[in-house]
Ligand binder design. Structure first.
Ligand SMILES: Cc1cc2nc3c(=O)[nH]c(=O)nc-3n(C[C@H](O)[C@H](O)[C@H](O)COP(=O)(O)OP(=O)(O)OC[C@H]3O[C@@H](n4cnc5c(N)ncnc54)[C@H](O)[C@@H]3O)c2cc1C
Length: 504
């Protein structure tokens, strides 16, 4: 396919060269940049402010290197700071980019991806992560959006629905199929400029998520140069599965902050709302109901502390599914209880009932609760072996998962990152792989939605450019992904049983 004028234009984007992003703050940021925004700020305004203040870069390890992965504590602080100031859709807009869109873009070392990544980190552009198709989002490998790849370029056809940042993005990072069928190597990322001919966006028909720019986007024969392919052909799904794990961690971290904030507001309301001779807070039934929420949020917080590093450092998909399942259930419970305790006052514009409706997203976006629970079930043997290992205490041998799990190797975070947090204590299967369930027996080869995953014993199909995906495997010593996003194991080693947990 000859390169079209638009392909040339979008391939080069002259004049769009990004200045180096502002240096991330070295210590505690004061979040002044966020205080300068109105409470009604949109996701795009928040994104610009985060980038300009260096807070986006601050969320990544190795001095703001996106490819090195998120710094979980810093990501938690930025999400909590956003949550404290803005509505859920605004924080959502930043969260998807921080946790998933930018890390996926960072898997490609070539000039276009690097340039656009730098612009996004600086807050000069926004990138929408367009994975969910018009087909069922929980059935990711059924997606229909196509990338027709030739020697000269790529042509994108299809449509995506319910994508955050759609109406405000400069680029769409589009998960598309380059081959028919459900094989996991049939999918590839394409970076599509929002202003490319053939791209049409429309806002979602929803009053709840406006400030996130959520909407639908159609690609009608969008022709681009091959430099718009992100990562190696066929690596789309593995890269997605790896990085959606971080989005699930982000959901748990943000969910904890959201529940805490809702409980604080509700506590204030209950202690000032007159009832009888005192206040609602003095009713024991109310206090117990509230206390149960406190227990739930502490559980989520503890779980995030326990599993967060495993996701952030080792892309542990089983841990990520556990966190996501817990976040969806906890946020739903806590926000529901708070909303009830507010009575009629909860229905004011922007009140807790609105927040509760928006927060229902925690049980759907980034992996519906049912889907991530299936992924947790796939790791049942690993989880039980780890618990046995922990209960056995130091120096004792614990039962292993199918004989494959030795007791905790205390391997810790990968080298070369700037967050040496002790006590990861990950039990790892023989050979040092993280216990992410991928190599633990017991899980069926299936995709999200329950359809069988077409993964042959020998790995990717013949002729595919991609090698097998590297879900949750240890990173190279320097903590950087290999060029082309290829921190991958050899084909035959990867069972890839847990694509079910890989969808949004
Ligand atoms: C505000 C918002 C922002 C979003 N942002 C993005 C974005 O930035 N990028 C992106 O790619 N996507 C985004 N999404 C899409 C989101 O990821 C999907 O909505 C999600 O994956 C679920 O897909 P679906 O809505 O098509 O649900 P469906 O696939 O239609 O499923 C509907 C329901 O069926 C049940 N179900 C489905 N599968 C199973 C199963 N296997 N077992 C048991 N029950 C099941 C669940 O209850 C599920 O909620 C966003 C959605 C919203 C609402």
């Amino acid at each position: 396919m000859p390169e079209t004028a638009s392909a040339r234009e979008h391939g080069a984007r002259p004049g769009s060269q990004a200045a180096p992003p502002p240096s991330p703050p070295h210590s505690q940021p004061d979040f002044d940049a966020l205080d300068a925004l109105p409470r009604t700020a949109t996701g795009r305004e928040l994104w610009t402010a985060l980038g300009a203040a260096g807070l986006t870069a601050w969320c990544y390890r190795d001095s703001g290197t996106v490819a090195s992965g998120v710094h979980p504590d810093r990501l938690a602080r930025v999400l909590a700071a956003a949550d404290a100031r803005f509505a859920i859709p605004t924080t959502l807009s930043a969260s998807v980019q921080l946790a998933t869109a930018l890390p996926v873009l960072a898997t490609d070392p070539r000039p276009l991806a690097r340039r656009e990544l730098a612009r996004a980190v600086a807050g000069e552009s926004a990138v929408a992560l367009a994975a969910t198709d018009v087909t069922a989002g929980t059935d990711l490998t059924a997606l229909r959006t196509e990338a027709r790849i030739s020697d000269d370029g790529v042509e994108v056809h299809g449509a995506k629905a319910w994508i955050a940042n759609t109406t405000t993005a400069d680029h769409f990072l589009v998960l598309a199929r380059h081959r028919t069928g459900r094989h996991f190597t049939h999918f590839t990322w394409v970076l599509v400029p929002a202003d490319a001919p053939g791209v049409t966006v429309r806002p979602a028909d929803s009053a709840l998520f406006g400030s996130s720019g959520v909407g639908d986007v159609e690609f009608d024969g969008v022709r681009l140069g091959r430099e718009h392919l992100v990562g190696r052909t066929g690596m789309g799904l593995p890269a997605f599965a790896r990085h959606i794990a971080t989005e699930r961690l982000a959901g748990a971290l943000w969910g904890t902050a959201l529940c805490r904030r809702a409980l604080e507001d509700t506590h204030r309301h209950l202690t000032t709302r007159a009832h009888g001779d005192g206040t609602l807070w003095e009713l024991d039934a109310v206090r117990q109901r509230f206390a149960a929420c406190l227990v739930r949020v502490r559980e989520l917080h503890a779980l995030s502390r326990q599993l967060g590093d495993r996701v952030a450092y080792a892309y542990d998909t089983g841990a990520a599914a556990t966190l996501k399942a817990a976040a969806g259930a906890t946020v739903g419970h806590v926000l529901g209880e708070c909303a009830q305790l507010w009575g009629a006052a909860g229905f004011t514009t922007g009140g807790i009932q609105e927040t509760r409706a928006q927060a229902a997203l925690f049980g759907i976006g980034g992996g519906a609760t049912e889907v991530v629970l299936s992924a947790v079930a796939d790791t049942a043997e690993t989880i039980l072996a780890e618990l046995a290992n922990d209960l056995a205490g130091p120096g004792e041998d614990a039962p292993a998962c199918g004989g494959a799990l030795p007791k905790a190797a205390a391997t810790g975070p990968e080298q070369g990152t700037d967050v040496p947090r002790p006590g990861l204590g990950l039990p790892r299967p023989g050979g040092g792989e993280p216990a992410d369930g991928l190599t633990c027996p017991g899980g069926g080869a299936s995709v999200w939605g329950g359809a069988p995953l077409d993964v042959g014993e020998a790995g990717p199909e013949q002729g595919a450019e991609a090698r097998q995906p590297g879900l949750g495997l240890p990173r190279p010593e320097n903590g950087q992904p290999a060029p082309g996003g290829g921190q991958l194991p050899p084909p035959a080693r990867q069972n890839l049983p847990h694509q079910r947990g890989a969808g949004r």
